[in-house]
Design a protein around this ligand. Structure first.
Ligand code: 13P
Ligand code: SF4
Length: 432
């Protein structure tokens, strides 16, 4: 099976010839991400680039990538391949390359570890001799690796514009403002069982500043694989939870734990009290931040109905960042690691319709040819920010390391990293 990138190149050529059989949400994905580094520089403001988050608004503070040297933009695939392999061989154990499941195949082929965001942050710890951790993923993942790694290890994000539109939907100022409003409403006194009025819980897909906020305010981090364990931890200590940034992960997890929907109000950061009546917040169990992932928002119940009609017996597995109706209509929902393990565990040839990012789904289809595996979304629409990493940037950061230069280092300030690590360690210690 061809890579997502190759498929998009083909669709774009076929569209030009008027004969395209498949479709992509943006033919601009066929171009090099450096075009978008330049577009941002010319426009004076950041944007997520083509793909699922193209319509989301990037905050003005979003990191931007300077111009990639021309030689890396012009290099052929074969030349980049030879240069990356040579640089990796020269660096040996001094550098480790991490690749998230959602990265393009053209990058994943160079990864020493492939995994989900938390597995990769931990993978960095298994290579204490590495001076440089090259994180082919997105910004919050590189920040987490920096928090968990040794201070002298440099974490490098090959393209600084590889952020996450969902993580950007909750910023420290808006969450602090929300926290102050909730404090005025609920006070700070614990109830008769010693539970404080509200515990902040942040999804791993958030800035280090928000992880630090949770560390400082009795809160915790969760991933999509441990969200229910973490919510149980929080309910033992608090009457309510403030969950950010992903409303869908929060809603899907709390609903599965028996929390009624009417006790899960949505907090709109642009409105006073998040747009809620005081009593609604007082009666709440989980206050959900108004954030979402534009990749997973593309999945809908109609796609599941179509898959079931066309492939009787199909197993539908979706990520919990999908809307609630989609998770309810699927056979199962879980993290990227859950999806991978569910497919690996199937002993008989089976059909799987998967609701997560297309690079991961296509890779699973190639890895397990005995099964029929396809993405629920018929339109090829990758994550806009994962797309911003291309082999050209990897070659650039690796060759700089060979020369003794560290470019694109991600550093979390000590006053943020300390409390953020507290919130991450609470997550590691939480047990079902
Ligand atoms: P994982 O934590 O499963 O790697 O997911 C990260 C992500 O960005 C999902 O959209
Ligand atoms: Fe962020 Fe969604 Fe991309 Fe994951 S898939 S990095 S949540 S935008």
């Amino acid at each position: 099976m061809s890579s997502v990138n190759t498929a998009i190149q083909l669709i774009t050529r076929e569209q030009a010839a008027g004969s395209a059989a498949a479709s992509t949400c943006s033919p601009a994905l066929a171009r090099g991400p450096w075009d978008y580094d330049l577009a941002e520089a010319l426009a004076g403001k950041p944007a997520y680039g083509p793909g699922a988050s193209a319509a989301d608004v990037a905050p003005a503070s979003t990191p931007r990538q300077g111009q990639l040297p021309e030689e890396y933009k012009r290099a052929s695939d074969a030349e980049l391949d030879a240069r990356i392999r040579a640089a990796k061989a020269t660096l040996g154990d001094r550098a480790v390359v991490l690749g998230h499941f959602y990265q393009r195949d053209e990058v994943i082929q160079y990864a020493d570890f492939v995994g989900d965001s938390f597995q990769l942050a931990n993978a960095a710890l298994t290579r204490p001799d590495a001076e440089a951790i090259i994180f082919c993923g997105v910004h919050f993942m590189a920040e987490t690796a920096d928090i968990l790694s040794r201070p002298d290890q440099a974490v490098i994000l090959p393209n600084l514009a590889a952020g996450c539109s969902m993580a950007d939907m909750a910023d420290i100022d808006s969450v602090t403002e929300c926290w102050e409003q909730l404090g005025e409403l609920f006070g700070t006194e614990p109830d008769a069982d010693g539970r404080v009025p509200v515990i902040p819980v942040t999804y791993m897909n958030s800035s280090a500043a928000l992880k630090g906020f949770c560390g400082e305010n009795g809160g915790i981090v969760c991933t999509s694989s441990n969200a229910s364990t973490v919510l149980e931890w929080a309910f033992e200590r608090g009457q309510r939870v403030l969950f950010f940034p992903d409303q869908h992960l929060g809603r899907n997890t709390a609903k599965a734990m028996g929390v009624p929907l009417e006790q899960m109000p949505l907090w709109n950061p642009r409105k006073d009290l998040g747009g809620n009546a005081e009593q609604t917040l007082i009666d709440s169990r989980v206050i959900l931040w108004h954030g979402f992932c534009s990749v997973h928002k593309r999945f809908n119940v109609g796609q599941i109905e179509k898959a079931r009609a066309e492939f009787p017996g199909v197993q539908v597995i979706v990520h919990p960042e999908c809307p609630m109706e989609v998770v309810d209509a699927a056979d199962s929902a879980g993290s990227t690691d859950f999806i991978k393990k569910a497919i690996a565990a199937a002993t008989e040839p089976s059909t799987f319709a998967v609701g997560t990012e297309i690079n991961m789904v296509n890779r699973l289809a190639a890895e397990y040819p005995q099964h029929t595996i396809f993405c629920l979304d018929p339109v090829i629409c990758p994550c806009s920010t994962m797309y911003r990493i291309h082999p050209g940037y990897l070659a650039w950061v690796l060759e700089a390391l060979v020369r003794g230069e560290v470019v694109n280092r991600i550093t979390v300030a000590d006053d943020v990293a300390g409390p953020a690590k507290v919130a991450l360690e609470r997550m590691l210690a939480a047990r079902p």
